[in-house]
Design a protein around this ligand. Structure first.
Ligand code: CA
Ligand code: CA
Length: 403
C-alpha cells in the first residue's frame, strides 16, 4: 500500500495535459444532466405591468425540437425532458399542451416567477436530458383561483379537460374537435345544435373572470348567438352570464343579470377575438375584447340557479356558429394589464418573445491532475473548468466524458 501511494504521489502532475473541448462555449447555465438549451427573451414592451407567477404561452416549431429518434435533440418522445428555468436556475412550472416529436412542435404554458414590464425577461429552456422524470407540473402551473383552464386541444372523445385541480371538465355535445384553433386545436360549433356543457357551477354571482378566444363564422345566423351563457331561472334576471354575438350589428354584448355592456369594437366574422369579463368584489363588471376595455357596469342581482353553463348555447337557443378556444375561469378579477398581456402573448407568441440559437452543453476543458499506472490499468483524476470531477479507470486512448 505504501508503495502504491508513493507511486501515486510521484505521478501527480507529472503529465498534465489538456483535452480539447468537443463543443463550443455555451453561456447557458445548464442544470446537471441537460445537454441543450435556448434562451427565450420576453419583450418587455409587450408586458403591461410587472407580474409574479404569470403564465405565458410558448409556441415553437423547430426541427431541433424533434425527439432523438427523429433526428432532433429532445430525449423523450412526449417532451418530458423539456425543462424551463429562470435566469437564476430556478425551475419554472409548466404544462405541455402539445408536443409532436416528428416535427418539433411545442405548445407549452410556463409560469414565469417574475415578468417585467421594465426590462426584458429571460427564461431558459433546456432539453436533451438523461433524467427519466417528467419535468412538467401541470397543477402547479395554474394558480388556485384558476377554476377552469381548458385548452380545447383534445383530438378524440367528448370531453374538454380542465388543467386545474378543480377538474371542471366540459362535456362536448355535438361540437367538432378541430386542429386549427387560436392556440393549437379548438372546438367548432355548427350554429344548429352544437355546444359544450360544463354543468351548473356557480361562479358568476361573485368575483370572477371568464375569458376565451372565439371566431364567428359566416353566415351570421342566427342573428343572436350565445358564445357562453348560464341561464337564470328568474325571468327578470335572464342570464347569470352571457356573452352574445349580435351578428346583425357586429357587436358583442355581456349580460350579467339585468345589466349589460356592449362592445365598441366592431366584431367581424372569420376573425379571432379574445374576450374577457371580470367582476370585482364591488360587483363592477368590466368587458374586454383583445385586451381593450369596452365598458363597465355594475352587475345586477343574480340568483342561484341549477341551469348549466354552456359554450355556444343558452337554454336550447341562440346557438353560436364558429370556433371557441383556450377558455378560462378564475375566482378573481384579472387586472386590465393581465388581460392585455395575455392577449399580446397568445395573439402573437413570436413577437412576444424571441428565441436564441440552440446552445449545447460545454462539457468543459479537462485537465488531468493525477495519473497512475497500476497493474497495467491507466488511471486519471480529472478536473474540468466546469468544476466537475471525474475519475476514470480506462485506457488513455478511450477517454470520453459523458457528463
Ligand atoms: Ca387550443
Ligand atoms: Ca350539430
Amino acid at each position: 500500500m505504501k508503495r502504491l501511494l508513493q507511486l501515486f504521489t510521484t505521478l501527480i502532475l507529472v503529465n498534465i495535459f489538456i483535452l480539447p473541448a468537443s463543443e463550443s462555449q455555451a453561456a447557458l447555465p445548464f442544470p446537471k444532466g441537460w445537454s441543450y438549451g435556448q434562451t427565450i427573451t420576453v419583450d418587455h414592451t409587450k408586458v403591461a405591468a410587472n407580474f409574479t407567477n404569470f403564465v405565458i404561452l410558448i409556441n415553437l416549431t423547430n426541427a431541433i425540437l424533434k425527439d432523438v429518434t427523429n433526428g432532433g435533440h429532445i430525449a423523450q418522445s412526449d417532451g418530458g425532458d423539456i425543462r424551463f428555468e429562470n435566469s437564476s436556475n430556478v425551475k419554472l412550472d409548466h404544462e405541455i399542451e402539445k408536443y409532436i416529436a416528428t416535427n418539433g412542435q411545442l405548445v407549452a404554458w410556463v409560469k414565469v416567477d417574475i415578468l417585467s414590464s421594465n426590462v426584458d425577461t429571460v427564461i431558459n429552456m433546456y432539453y436533451g436530458s438523461t433524467d427519466p422524470n417528467k419535468q412538467w407540473n401541470i397543477t402547479n402551473t395554474w394558480e388556485s383561483r384558476a377554476k377552469m383552464v381548458c385548452h380545447f386541444n383534445e383530438t378524440l372523445g367528448d370531453t374538454n379537460y380542465d388543467s386545474t385541480t378543480n377538474a371542471l371538465n366540459g362535456t362536448i355535445e355535438g361540437a367538432s374537435l378541430i386542429t386549427t384553433g387560436k392556440v393549437d386545436g379548438a372546438d367548432y360549433f355548427d350554429g344548429i345544435n352544437d355546444r359544450v356543457n360544463y354543468g351548473s357551477f356557480d361562479y358568476f354571482r361573485s368575483t370572477h373572470t371568464i375569458e376565451y378566444w372565439f371566431y364567428a363564422r359566416t353566415p351570421g345566423s342566427p342573428s343572436w348567438q350565445s358564445i357562453s351563457a348560464k341561464f337564470a331561472t328568474a325571468s327578470s334576471v335572464y342570464y347569470n352570464h352571457r356573452i352574445r354575438f349580435q351578428s346583425s350589428s357586429s357587436t358583442l354584448i355581456l349580460n350579467a343579470g339585468s345589466s349589460n355592456v356592449s362592445s365598441s369594437l366592431i366584431i367581424q366574422s372569420n376573425t379571432w377575438y379574445h374576450v374577457a369579463a371580470t367582476r370585482t368584489p364591488a360587483n363592477l363588471m368590466s368587458f374586454y375584447i383583445n385586451g381593450s376595455l369596452q365598458g363597465t357596469t355594475i352587475a345586477g342581482e343574480l340568483y342561484a340557479t341549477a341551469a348549466n353553463f354552456y359554450f355556444a348555447d343558452v337554454n336550447n337557443g341562440a346557438w353560436f356558429r364558429g370556433t371557441i378556444d383556450e377558455a378560462r375561469l378564475y375566482t378573481r378579477a384579472l387586472s386590465a394589464a393581465e388581460i392585455l398581456t395575455q392577449y399580446n402573448n397568445q395573439n402573437s407568441p413570436s413577437t412576444f418573445y424571441s428565441v436564441g440559437a440552440e446552445q449545447r452543453l460545454n462539457k468543459g476543458t479537462f485537465i488531468s491532475v493525477c495519473e497512475l499506472l497500476h497493474q497495467g490499468i491507466f488511471h486519471q483524476l480529472l478536473i474540468s473548468d466546469r468544476f466537475r470531477f471525474t475519475f476514470l479507470s480506462w485506457f488513455k486512448s478511450c477517454i470520453i466524458f459523458p457528463l
